[in-house]
Design a binder for this molecule. Structure first.
Ligand SMILES: [Cu+2]
Length: 154
């Protein structure tokens, strides 16, 4: 009986690995500083992150989804005549051996229609979709409205 559990665990792990392999992560791409600026009274929140591309080819982010929000859109804030406006964008590119920053005042992931109550301190799972068909699963840290970014030193 003692041997049964490790065998079962190995079997389940194999199944899990197969499922993950079906949606490969883009090679040489990682996500840093993934965070969400939380806003009160169900105002739309914005997700920010840095897409680091260590590969020899550019990568293109074409969308994002989350089980915690009904509506997830790639957007860009722009300053026009002292007024900040937002436009929907179809993609965000990270050049070869470069990065794309989603940050306040620029690109962001607009999050509206929360499916559960979300508050600072939470983690929101997000799937980033790339033009190649690859996806990346990233947990975004929910920070308060006055946050300027995650409190990491690097
Ligand atoms: Cu927006």
């Amino acid at each position: 009986m003692r041997r049964g559990i490790p065998l079962l665990a190995g079997f389940l792990f194999a199944i899990g690995s197969t499922a993950i392999a079906a949606t490969p992560a883009p090679a040489n791409v990682r996500i840093e500083h993934a965070w969400i600026r939380w806003l009160p009274v169900n105002l739309p929140a914005a997700g920010y992150a840095v897409i680091v591309n260590d590969g020899d080819a550019p990568v293109r982010l074409v969308g994002s989804s989350s089980p915690d929000y009904r509506d997830v859109m790639l957007m860009q804030s722009r300053l026009a005549d002292q007024d900040s406006t937002m436009v929907k964008v179809t993609h965000i590119d990270a050049p070869a051996h470069g990065r794309a920053s989603l940050a306040p005042g620029g690109y962001h992931i607009m999050l509206s229609g929360p499916i559960r109550s979300i508050k600072p301190g939470d983690k929101v799972p997000m799937t980033l979709h790339f033009a190649s068909g690859a996806t990346l699963q990233v947990d975004f840290s929910v920070l308060p409205a006055n946050a300027v970014g995650p409190s990491t030193s690097d």
